[in-house]
Design a protein around this ligand. Structure first.
Ligand code: NAI
Ligand code: MG
Length: 333
């Protein structure tokens, strides 16, 4: 029995969290969920976006499945997601992007994974107004922060028989910050002589990805580029509705899909639950339950190939619940 914190989140979060719980249960994994909430609804009732109970639970279980949380735009609200990643030093944001056969997209053989540095860069929140008409933000890159995410990427490549790691940067312009990241990548690569280090500048990377994505295997990059490239890569395989993710640190792991709270479709039983369900499968794999994890992946693939119960974002007309039930039906134990 695993004890896991569940943060359903807001917007479509509760719908896809419910779906994921049901699928995980159907896989046979024994999980005792500790449900705590954070986000806009909680703000209305408690006056805070993240009540202390969330931190208490996370510090106890050290592992969470988390739905998306809306970040109000404007001053006064920092993103809870950014805050959690920073507070618990969840430095590695991994996002596997893989073609699911049967989805109508231009490429059928995308299989890459993004390692996004999760605690530094322009996301440290050090911004200030210079005067009424100008603002600036600090981009911070450290050697320690760079080494650990790059090592995580090479380690993954090594363990999964990948022959190439692509480091994405803009060191030609940001010579000190991105320059340092690139230099760290070159140093780490020396320890892995059998793995090729490919260096690609971020703007060129965008073009390469939309023209020939299957040339990439493992991508490692800084926080901002990683955020942007993740959504781009999601678009290559069918959109945000299907791409899972994880935020992993030394002492804690928070699993969450790439997508946000999707206010445009929230509460309508329209959200694609696959992203969150595959996020749950990634979590099972992390727990060592690789067979159950695999059975969830296969059930998702089978459901998409059957094509009868797929959500609107994938060209179908099924509801969140219909698709979830179909996935559960397809689980083979
Ligand atoms: P979003 O990912 O919520 O939505 C972008 C587009 O993708 C929308 O058209 C939405 O309907 C669609 N979409 C997303 N997930 C989907 C799913 N599972 N099924 C079908 N369609 C889906 O991004 P947006 O609109 O930029 O952000 C909305 C809010 O979410 C913002 O407040 C943002 O800060 C927050 N957010 C939270 C994240 C988190 O908690 N990890 C991550 C990204 C955004
Ligand atoms: Mg994002």
């Amino acid at each position: 029995m695993y004890h896991i914190t569940l943060i359903p989140g807001d917007g479509i979060g509760p719908e896809v969290a419910e779906a994921t719980k049901a699928v995980i249960e159907a896989s046979g994994a024994k999980i005792q969920w500790e449900t705590v909430n954070a986000g806009l609804d909680v703000l209305e009732t408690t006056g805070t976006l993240v009540p202390d109970g969330v931190f208490d639970s996370l510090e106890k279980t050290r592992i969470a499945l988390k739905g998306p949380i809306t970040t109000p735009i404007g001053s006064g609200f920092r993103s809870i997601n950014v805050m959690l990643r920073k507070k618990y030093d969840l430095f590695s944001n991994t996002r596997p992007v893989k073609t699911i056969p049967g989805i109508d997209v231009p490429f059928q053989n995308v299989d890459l994974i993004i390692f996004r540095e999760n605690t530094e860069d322009l996301y440290i929140g050090e911004e200030r107004m210079l005067h009424d008409n100008a603002a600036e933000g600090i981009k911070r890159i450290t050697k320690e922060g760079s080494f650990r995410i790059i090592k995580a990427a090479f380690n993954y490549a090594n363990q999964n028989n990948k022959s190439k790691v692509t480091v994405v940067h803009k060191a030609n312009i940001m010579k000190l910050t991105d320059g340092l990241f690139l230099q760290c990548a070159r140093e780490v690569a020396k320890d892995y002589p059998h793995i090729q280090l490919q260096e690609v500048i971020v703007d060129n990377m965008c073009m390469q990805l939309v023209m020939n994505p299957s040339q990439f295997q493992v991508i490692v990059t800084t926080n901002l580029y990683g955020d942007i490239l993740s959504d781009l890569c999601a678009g290559l395989v069918g959109g945000l509705g299907i791409v899972p993710g994880a935020n992993i640190g030394e002492n804690m792991a928070i699993f969450e899909a790439v997508h946000g709270s999707a206010p445009d479709i929230a509460g309508k039983n329209l959200a694609n639950p696959i992203a969150m369900i595959l996020t749950g499968a990634m979590m099972l794999n992390y727990l060592g339950e690789s067979i159950k994890s695999r059975s969830i992946y296969q059930a998702v693939e089978a459901t998409v190939i059957q094509g009868k119960f797929i959500t609107k974002d994938l060209g179908g007309s099924a509801s969140t619940k219909d698709m979830t039930n179909a996935i559960i039906e397809n689980i083979q134990l």
